[in-house]
Write a protein that binds this ligand. Structure first.
Ligand SMILES: *Cc1c(COP(=O)(O)O)cnc(C)c1O
Length: 230
């Protein structure tokens, strides 16, 4: 058995365990395999093990993999920081974007989404821990941004995403996820019909599932440690 296959099986089992302990259904949590820095061959191997949704952070690297694997029925999710002058290839080549955090980027993605494709699924990235000021909308600004993004014709606002600051144990990990769940509840109480909470990575996905994650984004636990070459 290859490492990717056995890692995927172990990850799926751990997700099931967390889902059960949260009294939720397995169908309520999707696994997004984060393949950044890993070659197309690794994605192909995960696909052969039954994985179809993949997350990428770096646009150029992602576009090369998407092209190399275009004969496979894969669903690509962009999860990295977005430069507003690089929105067109994202609008053209991805099914989902998890990292929308400002209106300008959302407007460009909507305007550039090709007419033959379905609306682009988007999540708003929320800076829930407030420690990384570079990415994510502030929690108190989420409602306004969500209302604006929900009006854009070629986007489908699905929900929220976050990358909380690392925390030592599961109880501490759950706090920012619980805060995300509360913001999500507030948006739905306003009638937004959101269905996606994208939260939880290799080190904290059980905590995220217990607080209502519907997509967990997992890289290291599936593909191994990343090597950035420096
Ligand atoms: C890299 C990355 C992940 C996966 O992280 P792991 O710790 O390797 O599971 C998830 N989400 C985002 C936004 C990332 O950049």
């Amino acid at each position: 058995m290859t490492a990717i296959l056995s890692n995927l099986q172990a990850t799926r089992l751990a997700i099931e365990k967390a889902v059960e302990s949260a009294h939720r259904g397995v169908a309520d949590v999707r696994l997004l395999a984060v393949s950044k820095t890993f070659p197309a061959a690794a994605v192909r191997e995960a696909y052969q093990a039954g994985q179809t949704a993949f997350g990428e952070n770096y646009l150029q690297e992602a576009l090369e993999k998407i092209e190399a694997l275009r004969e496979l029925p894969l669903e690509w999710h962009f999860i990295g920081p977005i430069q507003s002058n690089k929105t067109r290839p994202i609008a053209e080549h991805f099914a989902w974007v998890h990292s929308v955090d400002r209106l300008k980027v959302a407007e460009r993605l909507s305007a550039q989404r090709p007419p033959h494709l379905p609306p682009l699924n988007v999540c708003l990235q929320v800076n829930v821990s407030g420690e990384d000021s570079k990415s994510g909308v502030a929690p108190e600004e989420v409602v306004r941004l969500a209302e604006e993004v929900a009006r854009l014709p070629r986007l489908k606002l699905r929900g929220l995403m976050s990358i909380p600051a690392p925390a030592a144990d599961e109880m501490a990990q759950r706090l920012p996820f619980a805060r995300m769940r509360a913001i999500f509840g507030k948006l739905n109480a306003l009638g937004m019909e959101l269905d996606t909470l994208s939260m939880g990575m290799s080190h904290d996905y059980p905590a995220a599932i217990k607080e209502g994650a519907t997509i967990v984004r997992i890289g290291t636990a599936i593909f191994g440690a990343r090597d950035y070459g420096e």
